[in-house]
Design a protein around this ligand. Sequence first.
Ligand SMILES: NC(=O)C1=CN([C@@H]2O[C@H](COP(=O)(O)OP(=O)(O)OC[C@H]3O[C@@H](n4cnc5c(N)ncnc54)[C@H](O)[C@@H]3O)[C@@H](O)[C@H]2O)C=CC1
Ligand SMILES: O=C(CO)COP(=O)(O)O
Ligand SMILES: [Zn+2]
Length: 359
Amino acid sequence: MSADGIKVLKKPQFDKSRWLQMPRDVLIGHGTIEQLPKVCEDLHLGKSALIIAGENTLKAAGGHAKELLEEKYSVDIFCAKNISLETIENAEKSAEGFDFILGVGGGKAIDLAKIVSYNLDCQFISVPTAASHDGIASARASVPTAGGSVSLDAHPPHAIVADTEIIAKAPHRLMASGCADIISNHTAILDWELSHRMKGESISEYAAALSKMTAEILVKNAHLIYPGSEEGAWIVTKALVSSGVAMSIAGSSRPASGGEHKFSHALDILSPERGLHGEQCGIGSIMTMYLHGGNWREVRESLKDIGAPITPRQLGIDDETAVKALLMAKEIRPERFTILDMGLERKCAEKLVKMLYME
Ligand SMILES: NC(=O)C1=CN([C@@H]2O[C@H](COP(=O)(O)OP(=O)(O)OC[C@H]3O[C@@H](n4cnc5c(N)ncnc54)[C@H](O)[C@@H]3O)[C@@H](O)[C@H]2O)C=CC1
Ligand SMILES: O=C(CO)COP(=O)(O)O
Ligand SMILES: [Zn+2]
């Protein structure tokens, strides 16, 4: 008791409590989309749902999801061309009054559903149509703004329904891009460890180990990942979910996003709509692995084996733009310290890009 009789709460000597949020139901496999009504029923999500999808993903799965749910729920569709602050606002208006949201698509549709459900405080289900990104399960949403990409807090999906039959039919480029997003975890972790040593940033050993292990298992199974392979789709989707869980454990995208991601976000500004997110991160990861003194040739071989690009020109991006993106990376999320924030010189950036073409 204090002198005036008010109970004073003692500051705990040890307080590292954290509130982790994870998906509750996770279905990954052949034909799982048919289980959507059952999953919604199991989770008692309400009576009405808004499906957020893109044009392609509406055809690939969104339309069928609507048919399946309509037997029990009132369902509408919001078709999004991109993710931007304006689209988020429009999607939020469309979602008002609905009990829950489904994000059906690639990373942009899922991030949009994630952020809208977070802002409206309702649940959402992640229905990936491609194994192209590790936002399928994460509690983060990456949103482009005028000042570059930002990673916003969000809820993880309440459930994930990943139908490997649908995912295997998506263009192989998307799956190779998802693999590259995972392979880049190697350098994301090196950057995190570097920041821990140099800046005292706290690090979660569990999140880092899970992220690293996910990349290792993926590379070990690379021979099963080829165009049209449903087993490959299953392996990659599991890796993407696992990487998303690592982000939830960390409470940030740190275990899966380092300098190679800042390079990719810079390319999105300098050369929009050329490369896919994971493709750009993979190329960035070859270069940042070199800077870390690691085995950059091994990263390059893993990407090549999976069918992911290893040079900017393969994406229609000229070398000078890649050099500029390397130098611009330090301006993207400056609070995220990485090997690209240590004073990279132009002549070294040029050398890094040239190195990508070496035999
Ligand atoms: N929130 C998070 O933790 C994470 C977010 N991201 C974000 O995700 C985005 C990248 O995701 P992507 O999927 O690469 O981009 P995306 O969502 O733009 O999809 C790429 C393309 O694939 C098409 N597509 C998807 N499924 C298809 C199918 N079954 N058949 C035919 N076409 C299909 C889409 O219509 C689109 O044209 C970026 O904005 C990135 O920042 C990436 C990783 C983690
Ligand atoms: O892409 C991500 C992880 O793969 C998320 O990272 P960002 O925080 O860089 O958007
Ligand atoms: Zn990524």
